[in-house]
Design a protein around this ligand. Structure first.
Ligand code: CA
Length: 240
């Protein structure tokens, strides 16, 4: 799938510590990514309005606003993949970041190659979402929902529409590919993350809030205690 006109992925970095920003930018450049650096949250958001990047790397402690607020505004107006890179190691920040739609979370000080590995893994997940399977399936029907793979949106039989983050859509697609089978956390995250990482559970609960009539008593995505999760539905892949 090497389209000749495909530019390298564009990454926005918001980081007020110049030295760290420079390190990130040069590391990304070394591994073939394009990047633009911003010293404040507002300047990144302004630039994103002209066209969002493929991925944004967000520091949380910024001079003008909290990085989580930057993430929230990006997800609302110019959604893109997001990696939080911060000195703040609090569980609350981490969970909140993932709930707001961040795809990953890395704590400073970081190993530049670790950062590149995370960036690649996020972008891979997004590509999988964009180009699902040979056979050009564009929609998937399950339960009372129709999932539009290209638009990352869900339409309910009653006309309600719900949009998913790329991470949520990728997770849903993994579940839809193997309905009515127990999938372990490792299978759901495709070996990208530590299986004991809470982020998979956070993502599942985000999906449930969007899909389930009663997220506290899920009927579509069921928890199999001690084993993993199971998508309980008849699934139909639709082409064209
Ligand atoms: Ca900072």
């Amino acid at each position: 799938m090497n389209a000749p006109d495909k530019a390298p992925p564009l990454i926005f970095i918001v980081e007020d510590e110049t030295e760290i920003a420079r390190l990130i930018a040069s590391t990304l450049h070394e591994y073939g990514f394009r990047s633009e650096t911003f010293g404040s949250g507002r300047s990144l958001l302004t630039r994103a309005r002209q066209g969002p990047p493929d991925l944004a790397i967000l520091d949380l402690g910024l001079p003008d606003m909290d990085g989580l607020q930057v993430l929230r505004e990006l997800q609302e107006k110019n959604p893109c993949a997001a990696l939080i890179l911060t000195g703040r190691d609090g569980v609350t920040d981490r969970v909140l970041g993932l709930e707001l739609g961040a795809d990953d979370y890395l704590v400073k000080p970081f190993e530049p190659r670790e950062l590149v590995a995370r960036v690649r893994s996020i972008l891979r997940r997004y590509q999988k979402t964009a180009a699902p399977e040979p056979g050009n399936h564009t929609h998937v029907r399950f339960d009372s929902w129709q999932f539009d793979i290209g638009l990352l949106s869900l339409t309910h039989g009653d006309g309600r529409e719900v949009s998913l983050s790329a991470a949520e859509a990728a997770l849903l697609q993994t579940l839809l590919k193997r309905p009515n089978k127990i999938l372990t956390r490792e299978q759901l995250i495709g070996g990208d993350l530590d299986p004991f990482d809470r982020s998979i559970d956070v993502r599942i609960s985000r999906l449930r809030r969007k899909l389930e009539e009663d997220p506290q008593d899920p009927k579509i995505i069921k928890t199999v205690y001690g084993a993993g999760y199971l998508l309980c539905a008849t699934v139909e892949w639709v082409t064209g």
